[in-house]
Design a protein around this ligand. Structure first.
Ligand SMILES: C[S@@+](CC[C@H](N)C(=O)[O-])C[C@H]1O[C@@H](n2cnc3c(N)ncnc32)[C@H](O)[C@@H]1O
Length: 160
């Protein structure tokens, strides 16, 4: 299997992503900072789109991404692993949380976050505090913020 780089890397999971430019930016962030990317389908765009391929393939081959058919399959496989949901609805801030290097950090769909059912399946939910009355960050920005915090807490163990 080519999609898993080993147990000592964070996993960034995207729930039904629908904007190719965001997924492309996340692929680049995961590749540069050292995280595995996982995608819960259906995906709202085609990975085979030439423009998308050209942007991302220097950074990550599709074979390196783990795809789940749906969130039931995702949670079945993650049953003995910690999954952390990033949501604006959380009460705990990401900087108050102790990350493990192999955590799976789950991000919602750009248009709608994750359904209530998924909120009910996840114990650890975190927010990135924002100024009052702001709706949400761009998903790719929120991935970069939280992934960097995980790696900072874990002393960038895999990095040069
Ligand atoms: C554009 S946002 C989704 C907005 C969507 N309308 C909602 O209500 O969740 C895409 C994803 O980025 C993450 N995100 C964005 N801003 C965040 C914040 N301030 N705290 C935690 N997660 C955030 C969440 O995972 C969210 O589901």
């Amino acid at each position: 299997m080519t999609h898993n780089h080993g147990p000592f890397r964070p996993k960034i999971a995207l729930f039904e992503p629908d904007i190719p430019q965001n997924t492309a930016a996340i692929i680049r962030t995961c590749s540069c900072l050292g995280a595995d990317l996982e995608i819960i389908e259906p995906c709202g765009f085609l990975f085979s789109d030439k423009r998308f391929k050209r942007v991302v393939m220097d950074y990550m081959d599709k074979k390196m991404i783990k795809f789940y058919q749906n969130y039931n399959e995702f949670f079945k496989i993650k049953k003995n692993q910690r999954v952390i949901l990033m949501t604006t609805k959380a009460s705990v801030s990401y900087d108050a949380f102790s990350f493990k290097i192999n955590d799976t950090i789950l991000f919602g769909r750009e248009s709608a976050g994750v359904p209530d059912k998924i909120h009910g399946l996840v114990k650890d939910k975190l927010k990135i505090p924002m100024m009052n009355k702001k709706r949400s960050l761009n998903i790719a920005s929120s991935v970069a913020i939280v992934l960097a915090e995980n790696l900072r807490q874990n002393k960038f163990i895999n990095h040069g």
